[in-house]
Design a protein around this ligand. Structure first.
Ligand SMILES: Nc1ncnc2c1ncn2[C@@H]1O[C@H](COP(=O)(O)OP(=O)(O)OP(=O)(O)O)[C@@H](O)[C@H]1O
Ligand SMILES: [Mg+2]
Length: 502
């Protein structure tokens, strides 16, 4: 659907000042629709068509009544005979009231209001509702309609929307929030039930009507400011440690002098409490992350201490390997804790893991180059953690078994390890390719006894439902370890998980 600005540009000759006036109007007109209990439609003169064609620039439905238009008509154009009252209003530049036959037994009451800016009518605002002869209405209804008419007069004089809009820090008010009507002296003439409740919450227990606005805790400067600046003023009032009420004060003007105001009160206590709870949850999560990281570090240092006391080389190596595995988990953990969401870019994590392995093998007699290729996208944190351990094991194997043979000359111990990551529709594919001495004669992955590949297979086959293969590189030395994880396991718990078709 086209926006108001787009429609103005494509259909009308309105300049940017005029368009922004209409934008200001539609930013606040929900309130007017509520006050009039009717649909509001904004028509512009369509200059791209023949004379007297109208274009519907906007439409808003009331929250206080039923709409007469279910369909969305924004952007439609109308010939003048289809909308005679609107056309007359444009031509005569004055307010026109009338009835329109809307069906065999239904008439709509239409009021066409010229929207003026400077001395020009730039659009027509139509208030449309089902015509009813039923005169019975409540005080609230009558008051709201009267307030609506006062705003209508301001629109016709070009005094509303206000030229200087206080930019919407808050959602635009609707009358359901609670409405106070005050006169030019600040005396409250009317208070809607929700407004009375909001005032109670602010600690005011005597009757609102007849009191002065200054006596309500709502901020005494608000009304004075609104009258002086001839624009809406937004204030926040608090009571005790909890209650927060946001009030919008809209002055009513007649040729630049203030005749009264409406104040819309919105109790945002619950919203604020929820905000605070979210913030504190967020800090708790951060704190937990921090502790997990510290705990992992403590475990690593304990193991390192222990390995120093061990006498046998084999035992020491085993413990050091555990330290390495824990480091891999910590790297992932830290990255996940830092990223705003739960998911982190997988390739980034692999780069960090590579650096970790590089640090442990950066001996001058073993110059190895690692490169990471492809994109893995983001993965759920659990999958990332599992794959991080897997990738670390495969990298370590390439280093340990591909290049670490003492009987090799130094020339042959330099090498390249490539990590290829490929996100395909059927899943994630990771290959760790080395150009080392290759797999031992008669190697069978099923029979491999090492802890490394056992961990990898348990994680990949058991936890992720994927597969692992280890094979020689064609016509060259080296080994390729390939891991495949099906797409169905790469979805987070909140993704629109769809089981793949069998
Ligand atoms: N990239 C590789 N190049 C050559 N041989 C490999 C490679 N990866 C694995 N292997 C072979 O597979 C065997 C099993 O590996 P695995 O990771 O399970 O155990 P490990 O590395 O010997 O011990 P650890 O438990 O410390 O990882 C290795 O001993 C090695 O012979
Ligand atoms: Mg290993």
């Amino acid at each position: 659907m086209a926006t108001l600005t787009e429609l103005c540009h494509s259909h009308t000759k309105l300049d940017s000042d005029q368009v922004s006036h209409l934008q200001n109007l539609t930013a606040i007109w929900g309130l007017l629709a509520d006050l009039s209990f009717a649909d509001l439609l904004l028509y512009g003169m369509d200059s791209s068509h023949s004379e007297n064609t109208l274009v519907l620039l906007g439409h808003i439905r009331p929250t206080t009544g039923t709409t007469i238009y279910r369909a969305d008509m924004i952007g439609q154009t109308f010939e003048s005979r289809q909308r005679p009252l609107i056309t007359d209003c444009f031509n005569e530049e004055k307010d026109i009231d009338g009835l329109i036959q809307a069906g065999p037994d239904r008439e709509n009451s239409v009021r066409a209001i010229p929207v003026r800016l400077g001395d020009q009518v730039i659009a027509v605002l139509a208030r449309e509702r089902v015509h009813s002869t039923d005169k019975a209405s409540s005080v609230l209804e009558r008051t709201y309609r009267r307030v609506f008419h006062r705003f209508v007069e301001m629109i016709e004089r070009g005094e509303f929307p206000y030229r200087e809009e206080e930019r919407l820090r808050h959602r635009t008010p609707r009358v359901g929030d609670g409405l106070l009507l005050v006169d030019d002296q600040g005396l409250i003439e009317f208070a809607s039930p929700n407004a009375v409740s909001a005032l109670h919450r602010l600690g005011m227990h005597r009757a609102a009507v007849g009191s002065r606005l200054e006596e309500t805790n709502l901020g005494s400067a608000m009304l004075r400011q609104a009258f002086a600046r001839r624009t809406a003023v937004i204030e926040e009032a608090t009571h005790g440690t909890e209650v927060v009420v946001v009030s919008h004060c809209l002055p009513m003007l007649d040729k630049r002098s203030a005749t009264g105001a409406i104040v819309l009160l919105r109790d945002v206590t619950d919203l604020r409490r929820r905000d605070r709870e979210l913030v504190s949850k967020d800090t708790t999560i951060r704190e937990v992350h921090h502790r997990v990281k510290n705990n992992l570090q403590t475990i690593s240092s304990l193991l390192r201490l222990q390995s120093r006391r061990l006498k046998t080389e084999e035992a020491r190596a085993a413990v050091e390997e555990s330290v390495r595995r824990i480091s891999a988990i910590s790297v992932v953990h830290e990255t996940l804790a830092q990223s705003a969401e739960d998911d982190a870019e997988f390739t980034e994590i692999v780069r960090l893991l590579v650096r970790l392995v590089e640090e442990t093998v950066s001996l001058p007699e073993r110059p190895l180059r690692f490169s990471v290729e492809g994109e893995g996208g983001t993965l759920p944190s659990q999958v990332t953690t599992t794959l991080a351990v897997v990738v670390t094991e495969l990298l370590q194997n390439a280093v340990d078994h591909g290049y670490a043979q003492p009987n090799l000359s130094s020339k042959e111990t330099s090498g390249n390890v490539i990590i290829q990551i490929d996100r395909r529709p059927e899943g994630l594919n990771i290959q760790v390719i080395d150009d080392g001495i290759g797999l031992p004669e008669g190697f069978e992955i099923e029979k491999a006894q090492g802890l490394g590949l056992t961990i990898v297979r348990t994680f990949i086959e058991g936890e992720l439902g994927g597969s692992l293969t280890l094979k020689p590189v064609n016509k060259a030395s080296g080994a390729i370890a390939e891991v495949q994880v099906p797409a169905s396991r790469l979805l987070g718990p909140w993704d629109d998980a769809q089981e793949p078709e069998v």
